[in-house]
Design a protein around this ligand. Structure first.
Ligand code: SAH
Length: 366
């Protein structure tokens, strides 16, 4: 039993089964034992590898996009360049190098890191010490929440952020749809159960009535609230956002809660606090929220996005004059980032920006 599992079992004994959302929040952010608050989860030695950790080319191309978005929005002088949920800080580190090359002045503007975990913020400070690139003078600043950012035009990126926000699950029981909860089963281990809560019928996706018993659907109010905050700021202060995650265009039935520990899938209840817990992102819901704030929202697969920004050309330049082994490694990174069997199609890129602004490789329109 992990220490967090004992704590969760005690909480359940005292107060009854907890929602999947509360369980996920404890697993990821418990101040003592949470996955993001207490562990070093990323990178080759960690539990999973994200796109910026796969290759420097990811951050470089995202920086090219952010720079193009800044120009398309009229190149506001007082813009903030921000990342939310920066993990080990690798993406911003790669971005700053490219931004300084594109335009030293842009990289010297206000750099903001929005990170909920104080421990990861410290890791990021270390990664960015000495950044931005030589010859510029801005120093990155850290913020705990988007709400704390200065009220200025905002160019913000988030990779694998929304999948880490707690979700609620609902399960079809013999008595109908009920909130899915985590309780303690007969053998004393944590177990999923149908709780007493009944979802608002308006929340149910199409086909919910005919769904078989034990079908699951998910709702992500915390994720949607964060999108509303970001989009609300972009609508008022100007700017653009780019969010990359694995996900689908809902609404849809399905249990996407997933645990990964030491590079392998794990039971979501088996190692609380020691496994990464995520859920697939419903991009249609996030796009609807951005549009509701008066913004344009556009979606494309990660592979098409990176190829559209010149991934192959960048790989070619990076590999020029390198050994055959190095070139093979770079080819492998391209395949992982953009290949349909790897991150290319399951991962998607959502761009939100003012209506009427077009930033390639997204076309114009809503
Ligand atoms: N972007 C990184 C890390 C992804 S993991 C990468 O691609 O490697 C998710 C990150 O989001 C972690 O840094 C976690 O601490 C942070 N996070 C989760 N919820 C957050 C919130 N509400 N606000 C800011 N950061 C958050």
């Amino acid at each position: 039993m992990t220490e967090l599992e004992e704590k969760i079992a005690r909480l359940i004994e005292a107060a009854g089964p907890m929602s999947v959302s509360d369980y996920m929040a404890l697993c990821l952010f418990d101040p003592e034992h949470g996955y993001y608050t207490a562990r070093e989860p990323f990178g080759r030695g960690g539990d999973f590898i994200t796109a910026p950790e796969v290759s420097q080319m990811f951050g470089e191309l995202v920086a090219v996009w952010l720079y193009a978005a800044w120009q398309a929005c009229g190149a506001p002088e007082d813009a903030i360049i921000a990342e939310i949920g920066p993990g080990r800080g690798t993406l911003m580190k790669d971005m700053l190098r490219t931004l300084a090359r594109l335009d030293g002045g842009f990289a010297a503007r206000h750099i903001a890191m929005v990170e909920a975990s104080p421990r990861l913020a410290a890791v990021q400070k270390e990664a960015l010490s000495g950044a931005p690139a030589p010859g510029t003078h801005g120093q990155p600043q850290w913020y705990g929440r988007v709400e704390d950012l200065p009220e200025r035009p905002l160019f913000i990126v988030g990779n694998e952020l929304f999948d880490a926000l707690p979700i609620h699950q609902y399960v079809k029981s013999a008595a109908g749809w009920r909130e899915r909860v985590v309780g303690v089963g007969e053998e004393g281990a944590l177990a999923f159960m149908a709780g007493a809560g009944v979802p608002d019928p308006a929340m149910l996706p199409p086909g919910a009535d005919a769904a078989p018993e034990s079908a699951v659907f998910e709702a992500a109010p915390a994720r949607e609230a964060l999108m509303e905050t970001v989009a609300g700021r972009l609508a008022v202060q100007g700017g653009a956002g780019l969010f990359i995650d694995y996900g689908y265009e809902g609404p849809a039935l399905g249990d996407t809660l997933q645990a990964v520990r030491r590079h392998a899938y794990d039971d979501a209840l088996a190692h609380p606090g020691e496994a990464d817990l995520t859920a697939h992102v419903d991009f249609a819901a996030l796009a609807r929220i951005a549009r509701g704030e008066g913004l344009a929202a556009r979606l494309m697969p990660q592979g098409a996005f990176l190829l559209g920004l010149g991934l192959l050309g960048r790989a070619g330049r990076l590999g020029a004059d390198r050994s055959a082994e190095e070139q093979e490694r770079i080819r492998g990174e391209v395949e992982r980032l953009a290949g349909p069997e790897a991150m290319g199609t399951l991962f998607k890129v959502l761009a939100v920006m003012p209506r009427g602004v077009a930033v390639p490789p997204f076309d114009g329109g809503g």
